[in-house]
Structure formats: C-alpha cells, structure tokens
Design a protein. Structure first.
Length: 45
C-alpha cells in the first residue's frame, strides 16, 4: 500500500473484494509490487 501511495485499508477492501479496482489502480499496484498486472489475478481452472 505504501509503495503504491495508497491507504492500507483501501487496499485491504480490494483484497477482500469489497471494492472494485480500476485498471489504472491495478497497474499502479502491480508497478509497486514489481509484477505484471496479470499476476494480481487468480487463475481458475
């Protein structure tokens, strides 16, 4: 949250699926984590 310049509670709400995140926000989080945006999603099979 800090690396993405976001409030921890907001990131937590996204993780718990209580809030939706925009594409721009997901890209910001991915950059902060140094991962590709697709890595933020679970694969279902």
């Amino acid at each position: 949250a800090l690396a993405a310049d976001m409030d921890r509670s907001y990131v937590s709400e996204i993780e718990l699926a209580r809030f939706s995140a925009s594409v721009d926000l997901l890209e910001k989080i991915a950059r902060a984590l140094d991962v590709a945006p697709k890595e933020l999603f679970n694969e279902r099979g």
